[in-house]
Design a protein around this ligand. Sequence first.
Ligand code: ATP
Ligand code: MG
Length: 393
Amino acid sequence: MFKSFLIKYAEIGVKGKNRFLFEDALVDNARRALDKVDGDFKVTKEYGRIYATAENDYDFDEVVDALKHVFGIVGICPMVQIEDNGFEDLANQVIKYIDENYEDKNFTFKVMARRARKNYPMKSMEINAEMGGRILEAFPETKVDVHNPDVILTIEIRNHINIYSKIIPGPGGMPVGTAGKAMLLLSGGIDSPVAGWMTAKRGVVVDAVYFHAPPYTSERAKQKVVDLAKIVSEYSGPMKLYVVNFTDIQMYIYDKCPHDELTIIMRRYMMRIAEYFAKEEGAQALITGESIGQVASQTMQSLAATNEVCTLPVFRPVIAFDKQEIVDVSLKIGSYETSILPYEDCCTTFVAKHPVTKPNINVIKNSETHLAEEIDRMFKEAIDTVEVIEINN
Ligand code: ATP
Ligand code: MG
């Protein structure tokens, strides 16, 4: 049973002061992820290394799964950490490590020693050669292969000595909290949870807004969005979900505007309201799950028409993805099964048979003037009656 894990992260681009911010955020996020699993863990940082150490019993798979949800981690290495009691003791511990971790000894290996503490009496190359010999002696079925070994046995000589040979891939990316905040327009579909996940992967804190249109959309449709928010927040951390009652605005647009422009005008109001909450939250961008050409409201002209009402940048991480590529990500992050549940979406209830695919912004703006009488009041009411759900996992 491993008592500790070495947490590997990519260091490229994180120099100077940013490096501390990056490491501290990673430590905090790893702690929060491990709080959710059984057992107590200490997460510590020491000279370019982050360790998670168990204080008592825990479930290996559960811990690995928790760490696989922490952006910024590129590798999770179950490791044995020992005191330096001389080379003989180290050799014995390494033999024991191999014996316990590799039932079948028919493998090729190389030893990779790294000496961060230069007062250790042997150089890295000497450790490699000497330890390689000891392993061959103890397990004659093994072979050395320095070019393409099955097993790379790493020995890090630091204040303690770390022994490990397995690197479980982490999710990569940047620790959430190191790159500002954005507001995700989260629907019940496949695309927007993926878009939120992708943005959080770059270190961005994500809050979300969902436009609910009761009674045209059911409580179950809303619950589905809450569930999707929870799935994204397993990676992105605590999230605020703004549930906006959009029924009046939607009905009003339906009454006053040409039906083939309904989707575009509705989209523009969603963006305006999302931007209002984004600014209130101190978010610096909006995120949508739009992809060029996927549906009529996602042609270049339609995207331009929805974009036009925003002053914040709008991030569309899946803009150039094929549907299957988006599905592949949703399967990987675990949102797919929830996204395909069949509950109606507020946009499908009112969609026109032949929506405009090349909206002209001036025409759209002119149609919006038909809303002048009531829209400000409705906009304010939608904001005043918002329900904020704290998604905390
Ligand atoms: P998704 O799979 O994300 O629902 P979609 O392919 O169904 O996307 P649309 O329904 O055209 O596409 O929506 C485009 C984007 O607009 C969504 O990805 C989402 O960001 C936003 N959006 C649409 N409907 C809603 C809603 N009811 N609440 C919040 N955001 C929405
Ligand atoms: Mg949708």
